[in-house]
Design a protein around this ligand. Structure first.
Ligand SMILES: *Cc1c(COP(=O)(O)O)cnc(C)c1O
Length: 425
């Protein structure tokens, strides 16, 4: 269940029936809180929408990498997509078999590829030089997936452009012949084709035109086991947002995929690698109001958090809905909500919120994906604790950092511990 406003009478926001203010009291602020039920609901929605095909969900772990979240995914029968060997190692700690983990690196060293192969991850190759190296190094012994850049433009339209300088990811579909030559030269077993454009697609038809490119390419490779459509599901950040209609997408893509499998002559697995779709909405960043400052032009609310904890508003102009958890029935006013970092650090400009008072608890919504995983110690600030509400009970899944965490790894040079050296002018 999502955070709900149970009405002005009780005035309590709850997650799975647990009072959010009680969670704030118990674990302190600022705090990331995740709702396991929301994640399970999204997994269920994806499964039911693609009921007609052999679907595999590979959770893109970079969105939210806490091991308890990875364990929850595994428990729910979801597998994993990783972009670094360390991310894959965390997945293995969470109980995934190496073979359940797709490794989709971008421009990493051959040493890291070697580690991934030694661990037994499913390698997804995103450049011709890497494909060449894999062929030379492993010949026919390591099955790979190939990441294709189909040149799908943002907004859902497909553009086959003559270069791929607008995106560093994948091997251009225009290099189809070169890919095939390398594969044949080294007898590389190609078991998967992959595409992840990263752009939010909004309608099934645009997505399908991209899929057709992979289906056509599949004719070059008779031993495929899966086709991986990456991610790009658009999630709602506020009421009225245009989102990917998963049910519509599911029925159209499933039908097209079944027809493709028939023509290909074998039942392939259809993979997706959602990050945001699975974990964006489950997450809430709870913060406390430090100062309410009325300037002539604007009323600023400064909270005990900032771009060090949630960088998305500053990095991508992302919109995060804000709830005033402790005063939901207050009279609405316009506020500009800012962080405590010494840098322009705005969460929201001129946002209508129930009256905000010092010490109120605010919740930034949609904070599950790319929230904690992009957090830093900038300004020598500590990163928040993380809590998972699972089966109606809040569990601490990451401790709040301490001052010692800021010093960990720093090396003291004794020579710098001398008395102050006399300064000559
Ligand atoms: C980041 C990433 C994803 C997940 O993207 P979302 O927009 O969070 O769903 C999927 N696949 C790959 C290869 C990625 O790098």
């Amino acid at each position: 269940m999502h955070i709900e406003n149970r009405g002005a009478a009780s005035g309590h926001y709850q997650i799975q029936g647990v009072d959010v203010l009680a969670i704030a009291d118990e674990f302190g602020l600022p705090l990331y809180v995740y709702d396991a039920d929301k994640i399970i609901e999204k997994i269920g929605l994806l499964r039911s929408s693609f009921a007609g095909v052999n679907l595999k969900i590979k959770y893109a772990a970079k969105a939210l990498t806490n091991i308890s979240i990875l364990k929850l995914m595994r428990q729910q029968g979801v597998e994993m997509d990783s972009v670094s060997v360390n991310e894959a190692r965390m997945g293995m700690l969470a109980g995934f078999e190496p073979g359940q983990i797709m490794f989709t690196p971008s421009g990493v060293s051959f040493d890291e590829i070697r580690e991934a192969v030694e661990l037994g991850l499913q390698l997804n190759v995103d450049s011709l030089p890497l494909l060449e190296w894999v062929g030379q190094t492993y010949g026919p012994s390591v099955p790979v997936s190939i990441r294709i850049n189909p040149h799908i433009a943002e907004g859902g339209n497909i553009k086959i452009s003559t270069g791929h300088k607008d995106s560093k990811f994948g091997i251009s579909i225009l290099q189809r012949t070169e890919i095939r030559k390398v594969v044949e030269r080294y007898q590389i077993p190609v078991v998967g084709l992959h595409v992840h454009t990263g752009s939010d697609f909004k309608n099934a038809n645009a997505f399908l035109r991209g899929a057709e490119i992979l289906f056509d390419l599949a004719n070059d490779y008779p031993d495929l086991k899966f086709i991986d459509f990456g991610s790009g599901f658009k999630v709602a950040y506020k009421a009225g947002d245009h989102v990917t209609d998963i049910a519509e997408l599911g029925s159209k893509v499933s039908a097209t995929f079944r027809a493709f499998c028939e023509q290909y002559g074998r039942d392939l697995e259809l993979w997706f690698e959602p990050g945001k779709f699975l974990v964006s909405e489950c997450g809430h960043l709870l913060v406390r109001t430090n100062i309410v400052k009325e300037n002539p032009s604007r009323t600023f609310v400064a909270v005990d958090s900032g771009l060090n904890h949630l960088i998305r508003p500053m990095m991508y102009d992302a919109y995060h809905d804000i709830k005033n958890v402790s005063n939901p029935a207050g009279e609405e006013q316009l506020y500009t909500v800012v962080g405590y970092i010494c840098e322009t650090d705005t969460f929201a400009t001129d946002r209508l919120l129930p009256e905000v008072r010092p010490n109120d608890v605010l919740s930034f919504e949609n904070a599950g994906a790319y929230g904690f995983s992009m957090a830093s110690n900038y300004n020598a600030r500590l990163r928040p604790a993380e809590v998972l509400v699972y089966e109606g009970k809040p569990y601490l899944i990451r401790q709040r950092e301490t001052f010692d965490d800021l010093l960990r790894g720093q090396v003291d040079i004794p020579e710098l511990n001398s008395e102050v050296i006399e300064q000559s002018l």
